[in-house]
Structures are given as structure tokens and as C-alpha cells.
Design a binder for this molecule. Structure first.
Ligand SMILES: *Cc1c(COP(=O)(O)O)cnc(C)c1O
Length: 367
């Protein structure tokens, strides 16, 4: 396998890079996905020669032939990860190998080339180092990193593309978490996100394209997000929008932190996986299993389920207040973010920002 080092990677700096004052003002605006950093990384693959050397280039539009495969058959995958400012002013990534490995698994499912983990990590580190000034400073803020890959063979024949392009972009993400507001969810029995043998475990754009109509239905019901059930019985709770789900059963030190198990149709979230460890570190029992909509509704009615939250890289942890479905509406606790939810959120953020000891070796310093 070939290894690329920063010094060897082709670098073309952006002559129009923002000056520090302009950049700092854009970062201070907060938000998410509004501004992009000065550079991006591109790496081409073709069947004959494999991966070319990645190049760091000025951020900007790309030109593609209208007959490019991705536009027609949706052969595309992506990742989402973050760089966090550390107490000494340095910058760290959180479990980047987990994203690199998942990217390769998604690629395999979508018949795209698997990018070597070392190459993926090299591109991420290079971009973060180059555009370090775009990483915000406060806890809860970060630089959101979006690697993606598209099929770039030109032609309308339906077959796995013999060319692919990997692109890496980054955008500053503000602390858009509002602790006073819990999310409301619509449990969809009409639409499904994934079925056995499908692409539910892969992080691909197609999953999202198919989900947007359900998101619209949720909005029509006055809900912020959609909750997905299994495709066969339409009864087992899987995940929420683009985040995994957690339920807190019981209260205080005796509480159990429960999450739907990975049945092959759920997206295996890095945050989900990290919370299994964090909750155990905090002394809670953790459990992965099956939970039906009836279990959820009954658990609320009997008081067994005391808190519900969603988790993912973008929002870290998002408390869920109200759940609504064809079977009725129920509210977790007092509809406000739960105590254990907030404890887990703060603990995970603490590790990511270097304020809490990283027992698991998750934090990788870039600078
Ligand atoms: C990305 C994603 C998640 C969360 O994964 P993280 O690695 O924690 O960010 C959950 N569900 C879906 C459908 C996703 O695409």
C-alpha cells in the first residue's frame, strides 16, 4: 500500500483565501454549512490505475459532464466528522479511523472503490491543518468535515462506475444546541428507511433522498424529525432522521441506557458506539436490544422510560420531548431535556474538547 505524507501531497494554495479578520467574522456567525473553508481535497480513482495522489486545492465549483454516472444512478457515499479545538489551542479529531472504516464499508456496498484508511486520514489531517483558522474556539463548536465520493464514469449504462472522485470539504459549525428545547418526532408507519439486504448500514445519499418525503410528512404533523421503524413489521424502532436513538430506563444511578441493536438496517453511528462506552464509564447499565412502538408508549405511561434522546456527529446529543404516531402522542418526562441525557452530552463533549480524560484513545491530535 502507498502512503501519502503532507509534504508529498500536491498543494495548491488559494490565492483568494479569506484574511484572518474576515474568516473570524464568518466563523463567529455560527450556523452550519453556510460558509466553507478556503481549501478542499480531491482524489481521483480509476479502475486501471487505482487511487491517484490526493491534491489540496482552493475550494470551488467542480465541472462534470451531464452524463456522469452519479447524476443518473445515485452512486454516492459520504461521511460526517468533526475537528474540535483543545484547551491549549490545538485541534483534535474524534475517532477518525471509525469514519475511515465506515467510509470503506459504505463504498463496498455502493460498488465504489474502498479508499485506504491511511489515505482517508491523510486527506482529513491535511485539510484541517491547512484551514486550522476555521476551527471555532468554544466548547460545542467545531469544524464539520464532509468527505464524499461520487461515481464519475461518463455514460448512461447501468454498471458500477470505473471512475470515482473523492472530495473533502469542511464548514464551521456553531453551537446550535438549544438546551431549552427538546425535539418532537413523528413515527412513520407509511414510509421505511431501510430493509434487510438494502443500504441502511451504508452512509449514502440515496438513503436520504428516499427519506425526505417522510421528513415532509413529519413537518406536516408539526414534528421536527421522523422516527423510522423496521420495514417488515413496522413496529420495531430503528433510528431518527440521520441520528441513532437512546432510551433511559429508570432513574439516577440505577438507570439503564438502552439503544436499538444493529440489526443490519440501522446506520452504525460513531456517536452511538461512543455513548455505549461513556454511559458505562459513568456507572450506568447499558443495553442493546429491540424496542417496539408499544414498548415505547407503555414505557412512558408506566414511567419506566424517563428520557429519550437522539445522537450523531452533527448535534452530538439531542433530547426528544414529544413522540407522535398514528397510535397517539406521548411526552417523555416533562418534555424537557433529561438529566442523564445532558450528563452524557456534556461528558462526550468534554472528551472531544480535551476537558475530560480520554480513557479510550479516541482523540487524535492534528495540531
Ligand atoms: C451519520 C448517521 C448517523 C449518526 O452517525 P454518527 O457516526 O454518530 O455521526 C445515524 N443515522 C444515520 C442515518 C446517519 O446517516
Amino acid at each position: 500500500m502507498r502512503f501519502w505524507r503532507y509534504s508529498k501531497m500536491k498543494i495548491t494554495l488559494n490565492p483568494h483565501a479569506k484574511d484572518a479578520a474576515t474568516r473570524d467574522a464568518l466563523v463567529a456567525e455560527g450556523g452550519f454549512g453556510k460558509y466553507y473553508t478556503d481549501h478542499m481535497v480531491i482524489c481521483e480513482w480509476d479502475e486501471k490505475s487505482g487511487w491517484a495522489e490526493p491534491e489540496l486545492v482552493p475550494y470551488g465549483p467542480i465541472t462534470l459532464d451531464p452524463a456522469t454516472a452519479v447524476f443518473h444512478y445515485g452512486q454516492e457515499i459520504f461521511e460526517g466528522m468533526k475537528a474540535y479545538r483543545q484547551p491549549d489551542g490545538g485541534i483534535a479529531l474524534f475517532r477518525p479511523e471509525a469514519n475511515a472504516k465506515r467510509f470503506a464499508r459504505s463504498a463496498a456496498r455502493l460498488a465504489l472503490p474502498e479508499m485506504p484508511v491511511e489515505l482517508f486520514l491523510e486527506t482529513v489531517e491535511t485539510l484541517v491543518k491547512q484551514d486550522a483558522g476555521w476551527v471555532p474556539n468554544k466548547v460545542g463548536e467545531s469544524l464539520y468535515i464532509r468527505p464524499f465520493m461520487i461515481a464519475t464514469e461518463v455514460g448512461l449504462g447501468v454498471r458500477p462506475s470505473n471512475k470515482a472522485t473523492y472530495i473533502l470539504i469542511a464548514t464551521p459549525a456553531g453551537a446550535y444546541f438549544d438546551p431549552s428545547k427538546a425535539v418532537s418526532v413523528w413515527i412513520s408507519t407509511e414510509y421505511v428507511r431501510a430493509s434487510q439486504g438494502g443500504t441502511g448500514e451504508a452512509k449514502c445519499g440515496g438513503n436520504y433522498a428516499a427519506s425526505l418525503v417522510a421528513q415532509k410528512a413529519a413537518a406536516k404533523e408539526g414534528c421536527d424529525q421522523v422516527v423510522w421503524l423496521d420495514a417488515v413489521e413496522r413496529k420495531w424502532v430503528e433510528e431518527m432522521g440521520g441520528m441513532n436513538l437512546y432510551f433511559v430506563k429508570g432513574k439516577g444511578a440505577d438507570a439503564t441506557i438502552f439503544t436499538p441493536k444493529l440489526t443490519g438496517t440501522l446506520l452504525p453511528g460513531v456517536t452511538r458506539d461512543s455513548i455505549l462506552s461513556v454511559a458505562a464509564d459513568l456507572g450506568y447499565k447499558v443495553e442493546e436490544g429491540m424496542i417496539s412502538t408499544t414498548d415505547w408508549q407503555d414505557g412512558i405511561a408506566t414511567g419506566e422510560i424517563t428520557e429519550t434522546f437522539a445522537c450523531g456527529t452533527a448535534a452530538v446529543v439531542s433530547p426528544i420531548g414529544q413522540a407522535k404516531s398514528a397510535m397517539g402522542t406521548w411526552v417523555t418526562g416533562d418534555g424537557q431535556p433529561g438529566t442523564i441525557t445532558m450528563q452524557i452530552r456534556n461528558h462526550l463533549l468534554g472528551i472531544q474538547h480535551g476537558n475530560i480524560e480520554d480513557k479510550h484513545g479516541w482523540v487524535k491530535r492534528v495540531i
